[in-house]
Design a protein around this ligand. Structure first.
Ligand code: PEP
Ligand code: MG
Length: 319
């Protein structure tokens, strides 16, 4: 019985009516790639590369980054890994970059915006990622894309670097975590291979509640219908262009969130390593038809508490 449970985590998440959802893991340390596979992840849906840049006096050079990325790609053993380019700024401050203090850091120079301010860092990172891509299926993802112009610029730089290092074609995707990206999803979708919805930031920007705010953060629940409607709209934009959508924010690993995101049409959920097996088991226990019906009903709820109650009612036994 124990052994059966242990092996269950390597089985895919297929709903009772035969629909498969890919379950990947979020990691932030190169050593975690092996741990993620061990835990049953079918890929890495988000590698937060900024952790290679934190708690030190100067940025890692190309060789150090290349070693880190290559270690992970090799540990994946042919499974895909999504490497997110530097997502610094906002709550993640890096003193040695000496970026000017900002009144509203979450609305400031963060994510891809910082990469444009510090194009040297961006190019070095892309060189290391693209060199590592010669060893296995690497996908590159840009954080905080707000406009088609930003995406075009990031892609142009990436393409230049790709030629420089002689790497083959690499799938490019973007985080959907800013409301303008949701609204422009149909246009953005024509330019990338995939979307991954960052529900942590998307929730903070849609509800205008700082995700770290001592009073407001608990109310900033990603299951709020306003956020779910943004997910629905993102999926519609992606479908028109024929690309897949995943999610890598915290609600992907939440038992109610996983069901609703699957029901809204997400192909992949990337969750914290300890949640991989439980999310897989959860999706194996439900039908996609029921998940879709619950998601439709959730879109009509008034708030997150109502959404959570609805999921509890419809899927008794789930956490
Ligand atoms: C998110 O915003 O949902 C996300 C996954 O990215 P991070 O938590 O690193 O901002
Ligand atoms: Mg984010």
């Amino acid at each position: 019985r124990r052994e059966a449970e242990r092996l269950d985590r390597y089985k895919p998440a297929i709903t009772t009516d035969g629909k498969r959802v890919e379950i990947a893991a979020n990691i932030s340390d190169p050593k975690e790639a092996a741990t993620a596979i061990e835990a049953g992840a079918e890929g890495v849906g988000l590698m937060r590369t900024e952790f290679l840049f934190l708690q030190r006096e100067f940025p890692p050079d190309e060789e150090e980054q290349f070693e880190a990325y290559r270690t992970m790609v090799r540990a994946m053993n042919g499974l895909p890994i999504i490497l997110r380019t530097l997502d610094i700024g906002g709550d993640k401050n890096v003193p040695y970059l000496r970026m000017p203090a900002e009144g509203n850091p979450f609305l400031g120079v963060r994510g891809i915006r910082l990469c444009f301010e510090r194009e040297d860092l961006f190019r070095t990172q892309l060189r290391a990622m693209l060199r590592a891509s010669k060893e296995g299926p690497v996908r590159i993802m840009y954080p905080m894309i707000a406009t088609p112009a930003e995406l075009a610029k990031a892609k142009a730089i990436t393409e230049q670097v790709r030629r420089e290092v002689g790497a083959g074609p690499v799938e490019i995707g973007i985080m959907i975590e800013v409301p303008s990206a949701v609204v422009m999803a149909d246009r953005l979708a024509r330019e990338v291979s995939f979307f991954s919805i960052g529900t942590n930031d998307l929730t903070q920007y849609v509800l205008a509640m700082d995700r770290l705010h001592p009073v407001l953060a608990p109310q900033a629940d990603g299951l709020h219908p306003a956020v779910l409607r943004m997910v629905e709209r993102t999926v519609a934009g992606a479908r028109a262009a024929g690309i897949w959508v995943g999610a890598c924010g915290g609600i992907a690993g939440d038992p109610a969130g996983a069901v609703l995101l699957a029901g809204l049409g997400l192909a992949e959920l990337s969750v914290a390593i300890p949640a991989v097996a439980s999310v897989k088991a959860r999706l194996r226990g439900i039908s996609m038809a029921d998940a879709e019906a619950a998601a439709r009903a959730a879109l009509d709820c008034a708030d997150a508490a109502e959404v959570r109650a609805l999921v509890r009612d419809r899927f008794p036994g789930g956490a």
